[in-house]
Design a protein around this ligand. Structure first.
Ligand SMILES: Cc1cc2nc3c(=O)[nH]c(=O)nc-3n(C[C@H](O)[C@H](O)[C@H](O)COP(=O)(O)OP(=O)(O)OC[C@H]3O[C@@H](n4cnc5c(N)ncnc54)[C@H](O)[C@@H]3O)c2cc1C
Length: 437
């Protein structure tokens, strides 16, 4: 079977790309190893994702936002940044940035439900699941893909292969794509916690000597426990790798006691905690986000520290940029898998990767050194940030994903077939897609 595009990995990045391309005259195979409804689905799990204002625009332009909002998102209107044991703090305010919200928090499984419901309405997307990429080889005019699909071997060809198969990308491994990686020696422990006070749509980022601790306001989804509305948070607590087992083994009362001690009482008293999960952290980049017949998106292209909640936001901007590059190539009648086309995508994304990695990695490293002069400088820095509106504005725009060369989707414009596409070209594409040329 031949497709125009095979997307390997139907997580947040892969599913979003398939949706972003829905208006284009392209046949798409979306290959996912684990069924969406399975409890073992690794992409749509208990994590809560802070979606930046720019990502909300992208999802809106893709037509997914109304369904996602109806399933349950929580607006972030204020962000409070501080350091444990320090005197400085800074606040970012949606009102000062003239936006309704600095971002929104949605649970991974809620995002997954909205994306998969929307995918079911896309006639040009064929979902192959459970199907796992076993081997890939790039030949002149196509990528040859071997899948293990329901216990049998299945072969596909695609003009373009998109690697959206996450941090441990099999595509990257199969083609031997050079990848750069640095461990943090830190693990994120996540849980949902409840306080005795309303969250007031405030997100907290608190730097501690073991790593950053983030509390995101996260109301229960539409089908969840409404009684917790307004008092429920998603916690991302970064600890040293050696502390993880102990943290996971604590009973709830002791976990809440330690959290209270680390975080203080700014958000109220912690009264309830959910089951905890752990995610080892690393900084990882594929050296080139595109090669002949291959493009990398999402965590297959980059994994960053979750300190500022930027990973999927960065991945969604990959989706928006790649969709636009593909639409442009379709409009020109160009081969969407050629490196000559895909290098525009890689070049477009590079500055955003560097900026976002420098921002998140810089935060982690700046706050992991406990020398008193550095601690003093950091706290003075927070005070300065709070007192200097232009600096604050720049930080807010970066966090909202609204800096640099923005793709059409991030400006609220859908990816549509360019006017140059005629019905003749549409037929050519479809013919290529069915393997007849
Ligand atoms: C603790 C934590 C908190 C975070 N918080 C935020 C946040 O607030 N905001 C934010 O923007 N980001 C956040 N992130 C980052 C975000 O979770 C990731 O960037 C995002 O989930 C990556 O999505 P993805 O689709 O690229 O990869 P994945 O989620 O890894 O999905 C990859 C998919 O590919 C499938 N797959 C893998 N191999 C194969 C194969 N061989 N064949 C077929 N299918 C395959 C997998 O089953 C999976 O479904 C956080 C991350 C962590 C760890």
């Amino acid at each position: 079977m031949t497709y125009d595009i095979a997307i390997i990995g139907g997580g947040m990045a892969g599913a979003s790309l398939a949706l972003a391309l829905k208006e284009l005259p392209l046949s798409i195979a979306l290959v996912e190893a684990v069924p969406f409804e399975s409890a073992a689905q690794p992409a749509f799990d208990a994590r809560a994702i802070a979606l930046a204002a720019g990502s909300q625009r992208i999802l809106q332009a893709m037509g997914v936002w109304p369904a996602l909002a109806a399933r349950g998102v929580t607006a972030i209107e204020h962000i409070h940044v501080s350091e444990r044991g320090g005197f400085g703090s800074a606040r970012l305010e949606a009102a000062e940035e003239n936006v309704a919200a600095l971002g929104y928090v949605a649970e991974g499984r809620v995002i997954g439900a909205a994306l998969t419901a929307a995918l079911a309405q896309c006639p040009n997307v064929e979902l192959l699941c459970p199907a796992e990429l076993a081997a890939v080889q790039v030949a002149g005019d196509a990528a040859d893909i071997q899948l293990s699909h329901g216990g049998a071997v299945r072969n596909l060809r695609a003009r373009l292969l998109v690697a959206a198969d996450g941090g441990r990308s099999t595509v990257r491994e199969q083609v031997g794509a050079p990848t750069w990686e640095l461990g943090y020696g830190q693990t994120a422990v996540i849980a949902t916690v409840t306080t005795d006070r309303p969250h007031g749509n405030t997100a907290y980022e608190r730097f501690t000597d073991t790593g950053p601790l983030a509390l995101l306001p996260c109301d229960p989804p539409a089908d969840g426990d409404a009684a917790l509305h307004g008092r429920r948070w998603s916690l991302v607590w970064t600890v040293r790798d050696g502390q993880v087992d102990e943290m996971l083994a604590l009973d709830d009362a002791e976990f809440l006691r330690r959290l209270q001690q680390r975080f203080g009482y700014r958000a109220g008293r912690f009264v309830r905690a959910s089951e905890r999960h752990a995610y080892p952290l690393a900084l990882r980049f594929v050296r080139e986000a595109a090669g002949e017949r291959i493009a990398y998106i999402g965590n297959a292209a980059h994994a960053i520290h979750p300190v500022a909640g930027q990973g999927f936001n960065l991945g969604l901007r990959d989706v928006a940029a790649l969709a636009q590059v593909i639409a442009g190539a379709v409009g020109r009648g160009a081969d969407i898998g050629r490196l000559a086309v895909l290098k525009d995508y890689a070049a477009w994304r590079r500055p955003d990767y560097l900026r976002t990695a420098a921002f998140t990695d810089g935060l982690v490293r700046t706050y992991s050194n406990n020398l008193p002069p550095l601690k003093l400088a950091r706290n003075l820095g927070l005070l300065a940030l709070d007192a200097l509106p232009p600096l604050k504005h720049l930080l807010a725009r970066q966090s909202m994903g609204l800096v640099g060369h923005l793709p059409r989707l991030a400006c609220g414009l859908a990816v549509t077939p360019p006017p140059a596409v005629t019905s003749f070209e549409f037929r050519v594409s479809k013919t290529t897609g069915s393997g007849e040329s």
